[in-house]
Structure formats: structure tokens, C-alpha cells
Design a protein around this ligand. Sequence first.
Ligand code: HPA
Length: 274
Amino acid sequence: MTYLNRITQCSQQIKNLLGADFDTVEFGIICGSGLGSLADEIQSAKVIEYSQIQGFPVSSVAGHKSRLIAGYIHNKKVIAFQGRFHYYEGYSLEDVTLPIRVLKELGIHTLIVTNAAGGLNRNYSVGDLMLIDDHINFMFQNPLIGANHEALGARFPDMSQPYSQNAGDQISALALKLGIRMHRGVYLAVTGPSYETRSELRFFSTIADAVGMSTVPEVIAANHGNIPKIVGISVITNKATGEDIHKEDHNSVVAAAQAATPKMVQLVKEFIRL
Ligand code: HPA
């Protein structure tokens, strides 16, 4: 099956399962590691397990569910993907970006992507949020490599402003009002799954503020698909400054993300309310 057919089929199955109310959706949310409970805030929720959607990948990492949740936040129609696909799990970047293509097909005007990230910037503390102002693709992979599907977007999409400045300003203002410590910085994506060496971290800290293993493929696909507003928010789950030798571990990353979830939830809900 071609990728285009797969997108259409998955979108159609989701539409059939959700019913006419969700023929168009306003907001799409991708929940990062440990941030799945963002989706629990959705009212009148309808849940679809990925395994119910023929042609949809299933997520495999500890701390990740594998389902989408559709419903309302402040009366706005929202779909959240609880359980994202990471390149390091062995998925193709077509799989990784399929939720974005489906959300586009469902008509969203705003995409909110969240993730857990290591703080390269010395001013960042564990538990802080970082609004993604821009990114650096250190995955050396791109979801758009291969024949371009004109129906999805242009061959050479512009990436000079991949994240909406306007929405970013609104979220920064909200964070200030709510007393949530949020930075605005550059996210650098690596493939993982190994964490960075100290030398890599020293290098990365000269060019970026946070490092993680996701988000960039999705944001490239979202820009390719011309989703009008794209927002990325990281939770700083660990220090990644390369100054000391300490063992990074996934469980503490997930726990730190979970601890910061209430702030993320509050911020995202207030943004959707605007
Ligand atoms: N490095 C890469 N990815 C991450 C990290 C990190 O330190 N923390 C959370 N995701």
C-alpha cells in the first residue's frame, strides 16, 4: 500500500470510529515520554487503541500507552496521541510521522508536540519547561526523503520558522501569568537510544538548550503539511551538561516528566482555551 493510501485509510477508520462529531478536529496533541496523562484531561473522551486501526503502528516503550483519545478541552475538539513512535524503536520515519499526517487529514489548525528532554543549558533545572523556539536536526534523517507526495506538501518545504512565534508568545505570556518556569530555547534531536557522551554534550551545549530523541521528524512533517500553528514544549527531565559522570536512566526521565505533567497540563489547557 502506498503511504498516501495508508494515511487515507487510517484517517477514515478513525473518523468512522469517532463519528461525525469529529470529522474535523481543531487541536492535535502528541504526548511525550511520561506525559501521557495530558490526554486524561480530555472531556467526553473516546478512546481508540492503535491496534484497532489497521495500518497504524503500535508503540513499544515502557511508559508509553498506545492509543489516541478524542474529545474536548474547554469545548474545543482535540485529539491526543498517547504513545508516540520513536525512530530508535526501529520504526520508519513514515511511521513516526503518520499521526501528524492523520491529524492534518482531520483538519487540525494547531499541533502541540511535547517531549522529555535533557537540559544542555546550565540555567535549566530538572522540572522546568522549555518552549521550543527552533530545532537542530542531529538525527541525520529526514521523513521527507524519497519521492515527494505533492498531495502532502512541497518538495523543499521552508523551515525558517518551524514553530509558530505567535502561539509561542501566547504560551510564554500564559506561563508567566500562571507562575510556571518556562524557558524558550533550541531543541536538538538525536536518534538515541544511547544517551550522549560527555563530549557530545559539551558540543551540543554550544549550539542548543535541550536534547532529546523525538519531535523533529513530526515537526518537519507538520511543516511539510502546512499545519498552520505548530507548538513544541519540552520538560527538562535531567541535566545534560556533560560536566559530571552520572548514569542517565530512562525510569528517572519518565518520573521527572510525570512530576512536571501538572504544569504542562495547566499550560496546554489554558492555551487551548484562548
Ligand atoms: N538525552 C537525550 N534524550 C533525552 C534526554 C537526554 O539527556 N533526557 C530525556 N530525553
